[in-house]
Design a protein around this ligand. Structure first.
Ligand code: PEP
Ligand code: MN
Length: 349
């Protein structure tokens, strides 16, 4: 249920409603808008309905949230998009995130070189995996703790916030020491225990759409994080499985406007994992940005031919500045701009 308070409602009236909702075992989620305060009541609908809050002081109206996802729904924010503040950057609304970096952290030189290059070109966050979800158990699984240490060094040198994946809740503590955004990989989108732990950590999360997941399933996964009181969730479209075999996955660009209609959460697009081929990354990035995505997460490597994983899809670092300019131009078509303090500060610190 959504309890919309009157414009003139006092703090005491808001608190009284919260207390009554919580007294029947439901959780509350308060959204203080510019004009109105809305209290989301998540729990047994019957119990909340029995409170008959319609007549309570300060209450304007009580509305049901019809979707199965509640906190993720656009309804709870009255159709307004969320703008998330993440480690000194903003994502959502007019703010476009350009998250770039290698598939995996391989070495100190590869990590730091890429971080400096993408930062100089206007990237707003740095990505890199220390724990890698690999199809084969015999393939490189990531550098683990050593990879995290290198990511921390990249952050210290460039100031870029770090996006990195966690696959196992047992690795959460060390990952939280360096991550500004925790990535939930496509294969873990429905790992509800992991989602709950990430929700409890309070760390912003980027959740990738599962290989064969519907948008509703993606939003239900986001709901697991939101329900723990963690409001910083980025949704990520990264391509889904279809019958097409000419490229790796099918990038579902329609998911951008549709997710934005369904949810207030920012929508990020990963063209790299969808395409599996470098030549498709630029056109798909521009299309995603022009379609209103709130950001792109893209793989970049100083020498992709030598990359340990996902070489064919990683952009060549030296070509990243030209890429970033074109993506920024496409984002501008949708009324968004990169969140960069200053491009001129790209020099090594
Ligand atoms: C990744 O971003 O490195 C990755 C493995 O992505 P996905 O989970 O989308 O396959
Ligand atoms: Mn990859």
């Amino acid at each position: 249920m959504m309890i919309v308070m009157k414009q003139a409602a006092t703090e005491q009236e808001v608190q009284a409603v919260i207390d009554r909702v919580e007294s029947v075992g439901a959780r509350t989620h308060v959204i203080n808008g510019d004009e109105l305060t809305v209290i989301g009541a998540i729990g047994d609908r019957e119990h909340v309905a029995r409170l008959e809050l319609e007549g309570a002081p300060g209450v304007d109206r009580v509305l049901p949230i019809l979707k199965p996802f509640k906190l993720a729904s656009s309804q709870i924010k009255h159709g307004r998009p969320s703008v998330l503040e993440i480690a000194g950057t903003k994502v959502g609304g007019a703010h476009f995130a350009l998250i770039a970096g290698p598939c995996t952290v391989e070495s100190r030189e590869q990590t730091l070189d890429t971080a400096h290059i993408v930062r100089a070109a206007g990237a707003t966050m740095f990505r890199g995996g220390a724990y890698k979800p690999r199809t084969s158990p015999y393939a490189f699984q990531g550098l683990g703790q050593e990879g995290l240490r290198l990511l921390a060094e990249a952050k210290a040198q460039t100031g870029l916030p770090i996006v990195t994946e966690v696959m196992d809740a047992r690795d959460l503590d060390p990952v939280l020491e360096v991550a500004d955004v925790i990535q939930i990989g496509a294969r873990n989108m429905q790992n509800y225990a992991l989602l709950t732990e990430v929700g409890r950590s309070g760390c912003p999360a980027l959740i990738k759409r599962g290989l064969s997941s519907t948008l509703e399933e993606l939003l239900m996964a986001a709901e697991y994080i939101l329900k723990e009181g963690n409001e910083s969730v980025l949704l990520c479209e990264r391509g889904i499985r279809t019958f097409e075999t000419a490229y790796r996955f099918t990038l579902d660009l329609m998911a951008i406007p549709v997710l934005k209609e369904m949810s207030h959460l920012p929508v990020i697009v990963d063209p790299s994992h969808a395409a599996g081929r470098r030549d498709l990354v630029m056109p798909m990035s521009m299309a995603a940005a022009a379609a209103g995505a709130d950001g792109i997460i893209v793989e970049v490597h100083p020498n992709p031919d030598e990359a340990i994983c996902d070489g064919p899809q990683q952009l060549v670092a030296d070509e990243f500045a030209a890429y970033a300019d074109r993506v920024a131009a496409a984002a501008a078509l949708a009324g968004k701009a990169l969140w960069v303090q200053s491009r001129a500060t790209g020099a090594r610190v």
